[in-house]
Design a protein around this ligand. Structure first.
Ligand SMILES: Nc1ncnc2c1ncn2[C@@H]1O[C@H](COP(=O)(O)OP(=O)(O)O)[C@@H](O)[C@H]1O
Ligand SMILES: [Mg+2]
Length: 309
């Protein structure tokens, strides 16, 4: 076993009835790394996370999580994992510190008081310890939830869409916190739909219909997709978008403010098909594809397979 890897699994599979919702996923994450988990709703992110910490029994797959066998040692894994679910709730009429103390009691943590103090300190909540949970803004609630899943000093954090519906400033603060925790040695697997958050991960895994379609650093994923993008400016871009989407080499034509981003895989064909539009007063500039363009492209090509299969 490579002890440098916090997650090292192969072929992880889960079926519900006849549907395979997680289909042979291989994933490797180094200790201290932040791995972003992306993909449309229903692609199997939550199911994979639950299998990893033994809350769901896998139908197939092998490997290790924190050095323990992912199938047979799930109890040991659970003790060292902090899991923040998509929905979490607190006692609104208890303070931050009281909520954490309650969780610590529920799990019969040894040195309960010290554990609560440490987690308050680590998440920057000490100054707000007496504030009622019901009075907290979304961002501080998120942080309280994170503090709660850090009480038992886990080595791996599994965070399932922790920032859904949180404002940009609070999301940024939350991510600063995640980076601090990773720098201190924690490994983080975090699912998100936000591209700015994806860009803050060391590594990304993109799922669609239960399959892992891309895995690696953001730059590697963008490069591997081979997507070529042109930025177009000029009159009546919405009409132009409709025209361009009918062209065979155009995979996407998406408006961003006063620009249209037009992408395709076949660079030469795309350039040839776009050429006539230059005469119509449009200006074209080559640009690197963005992560979002790549993910949408991956999703659309996997959808084709799904319908065909
Ligand atoms: N307990 C379950 N029973 C049956 N189907 C389920 C169950 N849990 C999840 N699914 C299905 O598995 C697929 C993947 O779900 P999920 O892992 O929640 O995706 P994500 O977290 O990426 O949105 C979805 O189609 C969902 O409806
Ligand atoms: Mg989910």
């Amino acid at each position: 076993m490579d002890s440098d890897l916090a997650i090292d699994v192969r072929g992880m599979t889960k079926r519900f009835g006849t549907r395979t919702v997680v289909d042979g996923i291989n994933l490797q994450v180094r200790r201290g790394e932040i791995c972003g988990f992306l993909g449309p709703n229903g692609s199997g992110k939550t199911t994979f996370i639950r299998m990893l910490c033994g809350l769901l029994r896998a139908d197939g797959g092998s490997g290790t999580c924190l050095g323990y066998d992912v199938i047979s040692e799930s109890e040991a894994i659970r003790c060292e994992v902090g899991y923040m679910t998509q929905r979490f709730s607190f006692y609104e009429d208890l303070s931050i510190a009281e909520n954490l103390d309650f969780v610590a009691r529920m799990f019969s943590l040894p040195n309960r008081k010290a554990a609560v103090e440490d987690s308050l300190e680590q998440l920057g909540l000490t100054g707000r310890r007496s504030q009622l949970a019901g009075e907290l803004s979304g961002g501080w609630k998120q942080r309280l939830a994170l503090a709660a899943c850090m009480l038992h000093k886990p080595k791996l954090l599994l965070l399932d869409e922790p920032t859904a519906g949180v404002d940009p400033k609070a999301r940024r603060d939350f991510w600063d916190q995640i980076h601090d925790l990773a720098a201190a040695g924690l490994t983080v697997l975090i699912s998100t739909h936000y591209m700015d958050e994806a860009e803050r991960c060391h590594r990304l895994a993109y799922l669609s219909y239960g399959k892992l379609l891309a895995h690696g650093g953001a730059e590697d994923i963008v490069a591997a997709a081979g997507l070529v993008t042109w930025v177009v400016t000029g009159p009546d871009l919405s009409r132009l978008a409709l025209q361009l989407r009918r062209l065979p080499a155009v995979r996407q034509a998406v408006a961003f403010g006063r620009e249209l981003h037009v992408s395709g895989i076949d660079a030469a064909a795309l350039e040839a098909e776009l050429a006539p539009f230059r005469e119509d007063g449009y200006s074209f500039r080559r640009s690197g594809a963005g992560l979002e363009d790549v993910f949408i492209q991956l999703m659309e090509s996997s959808e084709d397979n799904y319908i065909a299969g």
